[in-house]
Design a protein around this ligand. Sequence first.
Ligand SMILES: Nc1nc(=O)c2c([nH]1)NC[C@@H]1CN(c3ccc(C(=O)N[C@@H](CCC(=O)O)C(=O)O)cc3)C=[N+]21
Length: 303
Amino acid sequence: MTTHPTTRIIDGKAFAEGLRRRVADAAADFLARSGRAPGLAVVLVGDDPASSVYVRNKAQQTVEAGMASFEHRLPAETSEAELLALVARLNADDAVDGILVQLPLPAHIDAQKVIEAIDPAKDVDGFHPANAGRLMTGLPGLVPCTPLGCLMLIRSVQPALAGLEAVVIGRSNIVGKPMAQLLLAESCTVTIAHSKTRDLPSVCRRADILVAAVGRPQMVRGDWVKPGAIVIDVGINRVPAPERGEGKMRLVGDVAYDEAVERAGAITPVPGGVGPMTIACLLRNALAAAVARTGIVVDVPSA
Ligand SMILES: Nc1nc(=O)c2c([nH]1)NC[C@@H]1CN(c3ccc(C(=O)N[C@@H](CCC(=O)O)C(=O)O)cc3)C=[N+]21
């Protein structure tokens, strides 16, 4: 199989490494000026193995960026009241600039209530309604990490976005809606498609920028992609990989990569695309929160 001669594979892993290096430089400046490192608290409730791996990676990369990491692992039986009490303590702790509560939470905890309990100034996920509203109205605030990382990757291949047709598949508060807002702020013509959209393939074929965030393995087929389009694959799906041995799994995106790579102008792989950018943007947001909270000015990397 040959890729289109000009297809660009967007190396999210390399971009994320560069971003983390810039964040680390700025974190060192922050330490020099303030006498303390920016601090990020990550809270995990329960012992879901995938979540546990992500939380470990986040903590490790936080420390590597020269920031203080506060990891809180709570048992699955933790009550909503106990979790809210921890969030209140972290809100009040001056050494903590950013708070991330890993989602999904166990079913007996109201996740929305927990999100709204986080001080918006420390809401490094950008999930608090105050930050969602600020993004929608064009005010400065904390922007969700995955869409922010996607925008950085899009801009790395196409700096001039005004007037482009963007289609975002998925309408979650975590990815789809904030992604659409960021692209709208770039003056794209934005369509949000979802499970009730009629003739999704035709809608996608209009897109100069196609962002897939649905959580369905390889749903976006090659012939849904406009030739030359930028394809951003947010999906991280674990599927059986019998070719690697019995019981083995592999990661695939929401895009049928082997097909889409034939038509796309640029495309993100899975793994090594959007995923590493999510964590790098989390560190970037923790630094941005530290700067906004203290007024200490360092060079925060922007989209
Ligand atoms: N409050 C909250 N904020 C989040 O940002 C959040 C969350 N909860 N819950 C879980 C999801 C998932 N998530 C990922 C981060 C990095 C990779 C990542 O680095 N992926 C690697 C592969 C990692 C692997 O091999 O498993 C890649 O795509 O190359 C993936 C997924 C953040 N999440």
